[in-house]
Design a protein around this ligand. Structure first.
Ligand code: GLA
Length: 728
């Protein structure tokens, strides 16, 4: 619900249990008042007007030294009007000067949730509301519209900003954050999700101290290295107690999140497009729209905050037929064969998988062009029939005849120099004039900021897709962007390329969804290098990491779960010794870990033992029994793998709390070790839960408050998965 007070000065947004408030302050500056638990009153009294030396006063404040933009909490601070703290928007005016001064003009409430053309945005039914607040700079005639979407039941407020040049001369937009948020006081920690290839989204928690901390990607994708999601939590906040705020950017390219504590302890944080190498010329009448950010607040700890984002992404970001329905259990040939396969070998892998209950085969990299290794073929999207020993349609038919679906890997944004495409269009790859480009995995990046490039690749790939009856696509992206120069842009417009590239990727994906409305697209970028809420608008699941080691995965998936639902996590059982770490774990442990995601296999099932084959059959049956709880239920982090070195534990609880699935993996093993206990959460305390496969019964309260001991599992890397259910 959004309300505007009678005098038009107080604007309040309510979700089910939170309130966000702003006020039109003196001289029409828009001030931020409050974001926290739901409160039904005007709280603008908490803003203090204090004379602080060296904080300037706007001219219109006359000789009032207590009014300074350098000390007040603001809704969308700008550069160049006397606030020395971080700014959300920076403009270079036509006369080359920097600076604008945004003042409140009007606000209106609209039914439904706004959308952002060409970009991902949270969507909702008509019950959602949008707030549009218009700010303007009278001198430059620039109009800034702050958009807010209220997602009541998820306790989420979305933000985006539109900047329109209403003057008769051009200006340059040099920075435009999607959201900015000022907190008057408090001791907070910043939790970021950093990582590297093969070890993505590892939480790191540090106190917010004076000065500024920047979380960013400058790699052209949202990156393995820092995720566009962060949390501000009070120092005492834990999984289940305390206040915290989440910030998630629905964007898949360069981003910048900044958290700054000012001279008197106010914390300002913001998030949006990265301003490095960003410069967007706005001609008279033109408008720029930022990507969207989704903010959430919880006073019940990190778990509740995660649940808010899980619900938001599952129901209001992901789209398509697979949004809440079960995804097929798949087998992917990558770690089974790498580039070394024939059609016969693939059919052989598929046959064994089908016999064990697998429902889809995904043909990974290497089916097209001269792609027999990393050095050639990318960009040539025609089937290598010689390698397959037939057409792709025949292979797909062979798979379909086994009763399985057929999936295909693509990497549309890339080109090898050794490809027909590159030979024909060398200027389609990013290269700086007169310089040699950097290679990454022997490949160059196609300039997706150019429509003709996207058009061509889209036509090539959809031609193959249509003729081969694909049910699923894995869309990969295996290097970061360098050598940014587009021959398609005018020379003075190179500052738009990085953003236009991302818009090109979104355009490609939107067209794929329109051309193939029934297929499931899985995102991927060298594993989880583009794992963000923006991609999830197009691809409801993303290959979480190229690291398939079950033990490392407990950490990666734990970190990922803070901002993203389990349904978004692609996770597979692979061979041992694990190809990335060399670690040996048993097939049950690998399956229990992979079930905390969209489940599949990535090995040649012909090569496992007969006993293991029986286990695989049972695992698939179990997953199919549990999937609704896993995908659509609530996820609970029961241990923190950075703290608890003995076990990793997590649980899924069905929405109606009638069943729960507890998962435990042993990590370090010790002689004469203490017994490990876990306490479940989210159960009905009054209900009596039976432990599947035993005669044991426990009350929900007992399982949650007394806990349960982990049985002796026989050492390191063993798994225990057990279902508790209420008998009907
Ligand atoms: C990336 C992906 C892998 C696989 C390879 C193929 O690394 O993350 O899963 O598809 O590319 O080249």
């Amino acid at each position: 619900m959004i309300t505007i007070s009678k005098d038009g000065k107080i604007i309040t947004l309510h979700t089910a249990s939170t309130t966000y408030q702003m006020a039109v302050g003196p001289y029409d500056y828009l001030l931020h008042v409050y974001y926290g638990p739901r409160v039904e009153s005007d709280m603008s009294y908490i803003i203090s007007y204090v004379d602080r030396s060296h904080s300037p006063n706007p001219y219109e404040a006359d000789y009032n030294k207590t009014f300074s933009l350098d000390t007040l909490p603001q809704e969308y601070p700008c550069y160049g009007n006397g606030d020395f703290r971080n700014h959300a928007v920076r403009i270079q005016n036509h006369d080359q000067s920097y600076g604008i001064c945004l003042k409140y003009k009007s606000a209106k409430v609209l039914d439904g949730k706004y959308s952002l053309p060409g970009m991902p945005a949270v969507y909702a039914n008509e019950k959602a509301q949008t707030l549009e607040v218009i700010l303007e700079d009278a001198v430059s005639n620039l109009e800034v519209t702050l958009l807010y979407g209220v997602m009541e039941e998820c306790d989420v407020i979305t933000r985006a900003v539109k900047i329109r040049n209403r003057s008769s001369v051009s200006v340059r937009l040099e920075k435009a954050a999607s959201c900015s948020f000022d907190m008057l006081y408090g001791s907070y920690d910043l939790i970021c999700f950093h990582g590297r290839h093969g070890m993505e989204r590892i939480p790191e928690r540090d106190s917010v101290t004076k000065g500024k901390r920047v979380l960013e990607s400058r790699r052209g994708t949202s990156s393995h290295h820092m995720n566009p999601f962060f949390i501000l939590a009070q120092e005492e906040t834990t999984e289940t107690h305390g206040e915290c705020y989440g910030f998630s950017l629905l964007y898949s390219g360069n981003f910048k999140a900044e958290v700054e504590q000012d001279q008197v302890g106010l914390i300002r944080c913001m998030m949006g497009l990265h301003d490095e190498c960003f410069s967007w010329k706005l001609q008279p009448g033109e408008e720029f729209t930022t990507p969207e950010a989704a903010m959430s607040y919880s006073r019940e700890g990190l778990e509740k905050l995660s649940h808010n984002y899980h619900r938001l992404i599952r129901h209001h970001v992901c789209r398509g037929p697979y949004k809440t329905t079960r995804r097929p259990v798949l087998i992917n040939n990558w770690e089974a064969t790498y580039f070394d396969f024939t059609g016969e070998k693939i059919l052989n892998i598929a046959k064994q998988a089908a016999e064990l209950g697998v429902e889809m085969l995904v043909l990974d990299d290497g089916w097209f062009g001269k792609r027999n290794g990393e050095k050639a073929g990318l960009g040539d999207w025609y089937v290598n029939e010689e390698k397959l020993g037939g057409t792709l349609a025949e292979l797909s038919e062979g798979i379909h005849t086994m009763g399985m679906k057929f999936g295909l890997w693509i990497e549309p944004e890339m080109v090898n120099e050794d490809s027909d495409l590159y030979r024909a269009h060398p200027d389609w790859a990013f290269t700086i004039p007169r310089r040699k480009p950097n290679r990454g995995r022997y490949q160059l990046v196609l300039d997706f900021s150019r429509k003709e490039v996207v058009d061509y690749i889209f036509e090539q790939i959809s031609f193959v897709g249509e003729r081969s009856g694909v049910d699923y696509i894995k869309m990969d992206m295996n290097r970061n962007l360098t050598d940014i120069y587009s021959v398609g842009a005018q020379q003075q417009n190179q500052g738009v390329i990085l953003h236009k590239y991302v818009l090109g990727v979104y355009d490609f994906l939107e067209r794929m969804l329109a051309r193939f409305p029934d297929i499931l697209i899985e995102g991927c970028s060298g594993g989880g290098g583009r794992f963000d809420a923006g991609m999830l608008y197009y691809t409801p699941q993303i290959w979480c990491s190229d690291n398939t080691d079950a033990i490392d995965r407990t950490r990666i998936q734990h970190g990922t779960s803070f901002g993203y639902p389990i349904s978004a996590v692609g996770s597979h059982v692979s061979a041992v010794p694990n190809h990335q770490t060399g670690r040996i774990t048993n097939i049950q442990t690998r399956a229990v870990v992979a079930m905390a995601g969209s489940f599949g296999y990535e090995l040649d099932l012909n090569l496992i033992t007969d006993d293991e084959k029986e286990l695989v059959k049972a695992q698939i049956k179990d997953y199919i029994r549990y999937w609704d709880m896993i995908q659509n239920g609530s996820y609970y982090r029961l241990t923190d793998p950075q703290v608890n070195r003995e076990i990793a534990a997590w649980a899924f609880v069905a929405e109606d709390r009638s069943e729960a699935l507890l998962n435990v993996v042993t990590l370090d093993a010790h002689c004469n070790a203490p017994i490990q206990y876990v306490r479940l959460r989210g159960l009905d305390p009054q209900a009596v839960y039976s432990m599947e496969g035993t005669e044991k019964k426990y009350s929900g309260a007992a399982l949650m408050y007394a806990g349960i001991q982990v049985p002796e599992l026989g050492g390191q890397y063993q798994a225990w998965q057990v279902r508790f259910y209420v008998e009907r």
